[in-house]
Design a protein around this ligand. Structure first.
Ligand code: ATP
Ligand code: MG
Length: 592
């Protein structure tokens, strides 16, 4: 049974631009919570699922449903991409179809093999497998070039020598029609010869571009003779130095889908206005299929930025320690933080797939993390702020106690916990103030009793202080026969506290992470999101942990009792240098 706190749910706010993003989801979860930790995809709130089902029912999908996830390898994937991944791979799976992983690698200046590798790893870590080999837009460069020639031959593309400034002036703006370029009426022969020269490297970067000949007066700016090819004398991570001209994203994207036979091309809302252009291309080119595009709202999360450009800046300016810094909302950062696949997927599956952008409360993601870890993380003890306790009547030798790894899940087994004469408790778990009520302070008070988790009830008899009058040691005694048994009523413990043996415990490094941004909408008030960076988002401390956890593999999440969830660091943890990252506290303490 999951100990599910109703008040955690009501803290989650639903005010997403007038859309109630979570209410039905949340209700469903409240009902399901006591029996389940993972959820099937939401049966509601996804208009794309409905479209696919209708297409299948009407016989419009003769073969399999084919979707794709098309990242540009110019950064690591973030939580927003996770939504798109879960949607694309999830729908393909649901309808017995396939999902491709395709790199939209048309801009070599910003791309890198490092990103390609990281993206593949992240998709697989989330538990998805793409159909067949990874695809690359760059594998279709020959085809795109042939199609550029095809458009020129049809009189539908031309080489334009306007400078970028002139081109922008000729383009007009939303309410002002553009003007035709003076190069618009070049002959087919001249255009073919100029394109060839571009391709051979005869011109400098920026000297000219290839443009589609559509309509300079179109109300849709994307239709005002958009760029098809530009000169970029850049090496490409996949094609090397084969090309010095590269297709624009717009000229590539829709045709990539057409080549791959994508049945449902799902993208975010900002591409809605590009759809008429993609359709113009598929109408004017001999493409093998005509995919339809559907747009959904991007995932934005408060206290977070989800833009690769901004995340890259955080990395480049050393504000974080890399793309996989545990504070980053990247998939690799969340992984390193100890966020689980089940929790991330449950979060994504619970999001509405709607036709509007919205902001989701980070508490919803954090709720999923806690929920999963509460059910599945083994318990262990670690003292963050140690205060020594000497138990006068404890045996001299180590007493090995058997304790359950999880209070509800017997299958998680037991471990041996060493109890010794000298132990550490957390300094905040002790008080000399005997007037503190038992109800308010359920910890150790001088002259009173407390239970050590999994061990004895002890009584604090005396304290030793340093020159400054600070307590540096507690002298205590244990009540015999109280392991797993209650003491006599007059010795009733105030509460249960965690502890670690001084001699058998191990020193560990804890990296205590907090939110990276202090503002709900980073940059909204300050105009520069960097001004909202939390200067205290990481604190590194030494702590004492029970010895069993030090041997764990990297990426093992524990609940350190009464402290929070911690994961052994994916890269830095070892038996000799144990390092644990704070995944998340036990409950939401953020002030709202
Ligand atoms: P960014 O703005 O962070 O650079 P992008 O859209 O340029 O993101 P791509 O690599 O082009 O990044 O994205 C790959 C896929 O992921 C696209 O289909 C895109 O629509 C989707 N995607 C990106 N960001 C989000 C988001 N915040 N929410 C949902 N889907 C997203
Ligand atoms: Mg993009």
């Amino acid at each position: 049974m999951i100990n599910y706190k109703y008040d955690m749910i009501v803290q989650i706010r639903f005010d997403v631009e007038g859309i109630n993003y979570f209410s039905s989801q949340t209700c469903r979860k409240i009902r399901a919570m006591n029996t389940k930790t993972q959820f099937a995809p939401s049966p509601t709130g996804n208009f794309i699922r409905t479209i696919i089902q209708e297409d299948i029912d009407a016989g419009r999908v003769p073969g399999k449903v084919v979707t794709r996830f098309p990242p540009e390898p110019n950064g690591y994937l973030h939580i927003g991409h996770a939504k798109s991944i879960c949607l694309n791979f999830g729908l393909a799976e649901e309808f017995g179809g396939e999902c491709n992983l395709r790199f939209d690698d048309t801009n070599p200046a910003k791309e890198d093999q490092e990103y390609v590798d990281a993206i593949k790893e992240d998709v697989q870590w989330l538990g998805f497998q793409w159909a067949g080999d990874v695809h690359y837009a760059s594998s279709y460069f020959d085809q795109f070039y042939d199609w550029a020639i095809h458009l020129i031959k049809q009189g539908k593309a031309y080489v334009c020598d306007l400078t970028p400034e002139q081109a922008s002036e000729y383009r007009g703006w939303a309410t002002k029609p553009g003007k035709d370029s003076p190069f618009r009426n070049r002959s087919v022969e001249e255009n073919l010869s100029l394109l060839e020269k571009m391709q051979q490297g005869d011109f400098d970067e920026g000297f000219c571009v290839l443009r589609a000949k559509i309509d300079m007066a179109s109300p849709n700016m994307n239709m005002r003779d958009p760029i098809l090819y530009r000169i970029r004398k850049e090496s490409h991570h996949q094609t090397g130095d084969k090309w010095c001209i590269y297709p624009s994203y717009d000229f590539a994207h829709g045709q990539e889908d057409a080549i791959e036979g994508i049945t449902h091309s799902i993208c975010t809302l900002e591409f809605q206005d590009h759809r008429p252009l993609y359709e113009w291309f598929t109408e004017n080119l001999p493409v093998p299929s005509k995919p339809k595009q559907y747009e959904f709202g991007r995932l934005n999360i408060n206290y977070t930025v989800t833009s690769k450009r901004k995340l890259k800046q955080l990395v480049d300016e050393d504000i974080v320690a890399g793309w996989n810094d545990p504070r980053m909302p990247t998939i690799s950062g969340m992984r390193r933080r100890g966020y689980t696949v089940a929790a991330i997927r449950s979060f994504c599956d619970g999001l509405a797939v709607a036709k509007t952008d919205g902001v989701v409360d980070i508490a919803q993601l954090e709720f999923e993390i806690r929920n999963d870890l509460n059910a599945n993380a083994a318990r262990a003890m670690c003292v963050l702020n140690p205060l020594k306790v000497s138990i006068t009547n404890a045996p001299e030798s180590v007493e090995w106690l058997e304790v359950a790894n999880h209070p509800q899940q017997e299958a998680m087994g037991k471990r041996s916990l060493p109890f010794t004469k000298n132990i550490y408790i957390d300094a905040s778990d002790f008080s000399e103030d005997t007037s503190l009520s038992r109800k308010k302070f359920k910890r150790l008070v001088i002259g009173d009793y407390v239970r050590l988790r999994g061990a004895y009830v002890i009584k604090a008899d005396d304290v030793i202080k340093n020159d400054k009058g600070e307590v540096i040691e507690i002298i205590a005694s244990l009540v015999p026969d109280t392991i797993g048994q209650n003491p006599p009523p007059e010795m009733k413990p105030r509460g249960v506290i965690h502890w670690v043996s001084v001699t058998e415990g191990k020193e560990v490094e804890l990296r205590l992470y907090d939110r990276l941004f202090l503002a709900e909408a980073p940059g909204k008030e300050t105009d520069n999101y960097l001004d909202d960076v939390n200067p205290d988002s990481i604190k590194v401390i030494k702590a004492f942990a029970e010895p069993s956890i030090v041997n764990c593999d990297p990426e093992t999440v524990f609940q350190f009792e009464r402290e929070g969830y911690f994961v052994s660091d994916r890269y830095d943890h070892s038996v000799d240098t144990p390092v644990f990252n704070l995944t998340i506290g036990l409950r939401d303490t953020s002030k709202k």
